[in-house]
Design a protein around this ligand. Structure first.
Ligand code: URP
Ligand code: ZN
Ligand code: ZN
Ligand code: ZN
Length: 466
């Protein structure tokens, strides 16, 4: 069962080389200089194309319960869409609901995913409550369940929220067991005051979701999380879905001081805005309600985030894929923006959307691959099994056609969503062929994978720490 990917340009974080990639079964076994590979009967011609590691989306929410409903992609629909878009591993967030035992929340998440995934998957754990029992469970998950990262929320009081004391305790625990703390950094109690005041003034449209979550409250929470991590003997900290210039400043300052502080951003913050999308006429803007919110086009956020990707103050691009249909789901918040389920779905499009950074001269080819595949794998203990084209790594490979074009639309996407945040976008580049552990699961627009072939991957500790 050997297969040779011939004639392509292999791109990794250290650069691009012309090489043929030999796969034996589920594993990459060798790279050959052009013309030096042995004769193999089974070949894929990648001439004129990039051969990149299958992308790793470190932030998805399949079936997440939120605001009285559930994210509309199941592990079946969501991982199939991911696969078609060149993502071969997701790290989804298992949820400990408040009051629930962590292991029960984890078991429920395995129940949703097992037998349904098209690609390999791993879990982070959302901690819905920090107490003696859940702190002990953190040790257990790191040691036995392959879960080495825990998300806490400074937002959403009464739902996922942890107070500063709880956050500090979880950080101290993570410092001892080697785990990463992932932080939703927005000052929830302050946001709730602004939301209440806005609704009292009759400001109910979707744009007020963004206006009541000013960047100062993201920056303040980011800064507070960084200081709490310092107090916890420099516990490794990863800020999720960073959207704003002032929050990025906090991360950059901590990194300049040599702290193990990292951050991700998401495609929506690199391209979409408060005015043009969230502020769309009538209730239309509900499609773009997510937290942290889209930021103003009149400020420097988008340019600063691209800059952060270049300097590595932003190390990862994830989607925060959390789709809700417009009809029946987003509509729960008609007349009250605070009841609109939060989230945007784009697990299918991250590879293509970030490739526009290369097209527009904002990112190098190798930085593109690093931010969507290699660093997420390293950050979250999947490397070198995932995130790199190297002997011994899983044969998760994407053949990417720089001369192809991709049109994004709800009519053609595979996510279970009745709209697209990127409706009508036509962009350069196209996913040509996707291999997952040596099996071709998508090629030339045809999908040949199947639900249940994806496996749960137990993760180790981050290898990205200083
Ligand atoms: O709007 C978002 N981001 N929804 C998903 C939940 C979260 O906070 O990541
Ligand atoms: Zn439920
Ligand atoms: Zn979040
Ligand atoms: Zn999220």
């Amino acid at each position: 069962m050997t297969l040779l990917i011939k004639g392509g340009t292999v791109v990794g974080p250290v650069g691009a080389i012309k090489a043929d990639v030999l796969i034996d079964g589920e594993t990459i076994t060798a790279l050959f200089a052009p013309g030096t590979a042995p004769e193999i009967a089974d070949t894929i011609d990648a001439t004129g194309k990039y051969v990149i590691p299958g992308a790793v989306d470190a932030h998805t929410h399949m079936e997440l319960p939120f605001g009285g409903t559930h994210a509309s992609d199941t592990f079946d629909t969501g991982t199939k869409a991911a696969a078609i878009g060149g993502t071969t591993t997701i790290i989804d967030f298992a949820v400990q609901k408040t009051g629930e035992v962590i292991q029960d929340g984890l078991a429920a998440w395995h129940g949703k995913a097992e037998g349904n995934c098209h690609i390999d998957y791993a879990f982070h754990m959302i901690m819905g409550g920090v107490d003696d029992e859940s702190l002990k469970a953190m040790d257990y998950l790191v040691a036995n369940e392959g879960i080495s990262s825990f998300k806490l929320f400074m937002a959403y009081p009464g739902v996922f929220y942890s107070d500063d004391g709880q956050i500090l305790r979880a950080m101290q625990k993570a410092r001892d067991n080697g785990a990463m703390i992932m932080m939703h950094a927005e000052n929830g109690p302050a946001i709730d005051v602004l939301v209440k005041q806005a609704l009292e003034r009759g400001e109910t449209d979707p744009i007020h979701h963004g206006l009541t979550r000013p960047q100062e409250l993201e920056a303040e929470a980011t800064s507070r999380a960084i200081w709490l991590a310092s107090v916890a003997a420099d516990c490794p900290l990863y800020i999720v879905h960073l959207s704003a210039s002032k929050a990025l400043e906090q991360v950059a300052r901590a990194r300049n001081e040599g702290k193990n502080v990292f951050a991700e951003t998401c495609p929506q913050y690199l391209y979409l805005t408060l005015e043009d999308q969230l502020g769309a006429p009538g209730f239309e803007g509900a499609k773009w309600v997510c937290s942290t919110p889209l930021r103003s086009k009149h400020e420097t956020h988008r340019a600063d985030l691209w800059q952060g990707l270049r300097t590595n103050d932003l190390s990862v691009v994830s989607t925060d894929h959390c789709p809700f249909c417009f009809k029946d789901q987003k509509e729960l918040g008609r007349g009250d923006f605070s009841k609109i389920p939060n989230g945007i779905g784009s697990v299918e499009h991250r590879v293509d959307l970030l490739y526009q950074g290369v097209v527009e001269g904002k990112l190098s080819l190798s930085r593109w691959v690093e931010t969507i595949a290699t660093t997420p794998a390293r950050m979250f203990g999947l490397f070198p099994r995932k995130g790199v084209i190297a002997p011994g790594s899983d044969a998760d490979v994407v053949i990417y056609d720089p001369n192809g074009r991709t049109r994004i639309s709800a009519e053609t996407h595979h996510m279970n969503m009745d709209h697209s945040a990127w409706e009508g976008w036509e962009i350069d580049g196209k996913v040509d062929t996707v291999l997952s552990r040596g099996e071709v699961i998508a090629s030339g627009g045809e999908y040949t994978g199947r639900a249940g072939r994806g496996r749960y991957v137990k993760r180790g500790l981050s290898d990205y720490l200083i």
